[in-house]
Design a protein around this ligand. Structure first.
Ligand code: NAI
Length: 417
């Protein structure tokens, strides 16, 4: 069987939601129309390990319009939308993804996508690349290269390249400005709040909300939490980012100091054990803890489990851990990215740009992959600028252009005034 999904009868609902998402993805639609005519990915077997969402379906259809044979698996065990997986299978795609799958199934699905020996891998968190390097190195010979969607994946790949162990070139889609400026900031900002609200239905106004990590995602999350009326505290380890948070108007302090005050905690660092035993010990009764960073390592769940005298799931994605002194700590979405666990991930309008980058990165690998070094590359700046231009066009926003005199002025050093 060339698929493994929850329930094929969900396909119709998935198709409707994919159509809805696509309406906010004009840039990807333009690329799809061109791909349909030019077939730049003709005959390319492409393994995609992405969150199986409506937007990913629109990307898969775009890659297929370009001539690729696409296999899809999940990049997180909790992020799959089962109706979308069903819709894709009903359209003939090979999809291996079930929401809530266990670790063994998760890796079996990853391997199913690698079995045909893809020419391109498309990752969100470097799991395809990681599996190839750990267990199936022979597949590297056939690969033109890979693409990587997220910060955590890019960090891992850069570390592999620096150690000289990366077996093929990878394009860091996350490094495109039209990706991380928008997806990480506005996408994660909005959808993380969406996830927290859908899971808890709590009021943010007047609450104290800790954002851990003031990178691209943290900036977006802090802005949106503050916009809902929360008083935001930022924790950081980087002095520059901490300073930026302070000057953006947030309170900045170590986690240990924030702990007794806060009602909500959300980690977006890409780091491990950011919230751990010593922090749980100081939290208020009912404190709500969640994560929107890539892996479920940012919260030390093992410590929380050991500290708890009992635990129960009180609502979907809301688990209460009772401690011996009577306090209750609430963990959302098993510590996995909350925007995808209890909500639907980023809005399509922002994924439009991220996935435009993915589609063009696949085309770039077909054109130039064989000449690229075994390093992590970013897409050419012209592609980034073109995506920004198309997105502005689609939003009906026009901007000024430089006059010849301005161009001369900005490119010369002789003109003093
Ligand atoms: P970034 O590198 O821009 O920011 C991370 C920040 O966390 C840095 O400023 C760093 O100094 C800080 N940090 C690291 N360790 C810390 C600690 N122990 N305590 C406090 N701060 C700490 O990364 P970006 O792009 O913001 O991504 C963050 C994470 O979110 C990554 O894992 C990324 O893959 C993931 N991500 C998740 C998305 C989602 O849909 N939920 C979307 C995009 C990215």
């Amino acid at each position: 069987m060339n698929y493994d999904i929850k329930d094929l009868s969900l396909a119709e609902a998935g198709k409707n939601r994919i159509e809805w998402a696509e309406r906010s993805m004009p840039v990807l639609r333009i690329i799809r129309d061109r791909f349909r005519k030019e077939k730049p990915l003709n005959g390319i077997v492409l393994a995609a390990c992405l969150h199986v969402t409506t937007e990913t379906a629109a990307l898969v259809q775009t890659l297929a319009a370009g001539g690729a044979e696409v296999l899809v698996c999940a990049s997180n065990p909790l992020s799959t939308q089962d109706d979308v997986a069903a819709a894709l299978v009903s359209e003939g795609y090979h999809v291996y993804a079930i929401k809530g799958e266990d670790t063994e199934t998760y890796y079996r699905h990853i391997n199913a996508c690698l079995d045909p020996g893809p020419r391109i891998t498309m990752d969100d968190g470097a799991d395809l690349v990681g599996t190839i390097h750990a267990e199936r190195q022979h597949l590297a010979e056939n690969l033109l290269g890979g693409t990587e969607e997220t910060t955590t994946g890019v960090i891992r790949l850069k570390s592999m390249a620096a150690k000289g162990v990366l077996l093929f070139p990878v394009i860091a889609v996350n490094d495109s400005d039209t990706k991380h400026f928008f997806d990480n900031r506005y996408g994660t900002g909005q959808s993380t709040i969406d996830g927290i609200l859908r899971a808890t239905n709590r009021l943010l106004a007047g609450s104290i909300f800790v954002v851990s990590g003031y990178g691209w995602c943290g900036r977006g999350l802090a802005t949106r939490a503050a916009g809902m009326g929360a008083r935001v505290i930022v924790t950081e380890v980087d002095p520059l980012r901490a300073l930026e948070a302070a000057m953006d108007g947030y309170l900045v302090m170590p986690m240990a100091e924030a702990v007794p005050m806060a009602d909500f905690f959300c980690t977006v660092t890409g780091d491990r054990s950011v919230i751990r035993k010593e922090h749980f010990e100081g939290m208020k009764d009912g404190a709500i803890v969640c994560n929107s960073g890539h892996f479920n390592v940012e919260i030390d769940i093992e410590s929380l489990e050991k500290m708890a005298v009992s635990r129960r799931v009180i609502r979907d994605f809301v688990e209460e851990f009772a401690l011996s002194d009577g306090r209750r700590i609430i963990l959302l979405g098993e510590g996995r990215l909350i925007n995808l666990a209890s909500a639907e991930g980023h809005p399509s309008s922002v994924m439009d740009m991220s996935f435009a980058n993915q589609a063009l990165a696949a085309e770039h690998l077909v054109k130039f992959g064989s000449g690229l070094s075994k390093q992590v590359h970013r897409l050419p700046l012209e592609i980034d600028a073109e995506i920004a231009r198309l997105k502005l066009d689609s939003m009906g926003i026009r901007i000024d252009t430089l006059t010849p005199a301005q161009e001369e002025y900005l490119s010369s050093w002789e003109m003093g005034t």
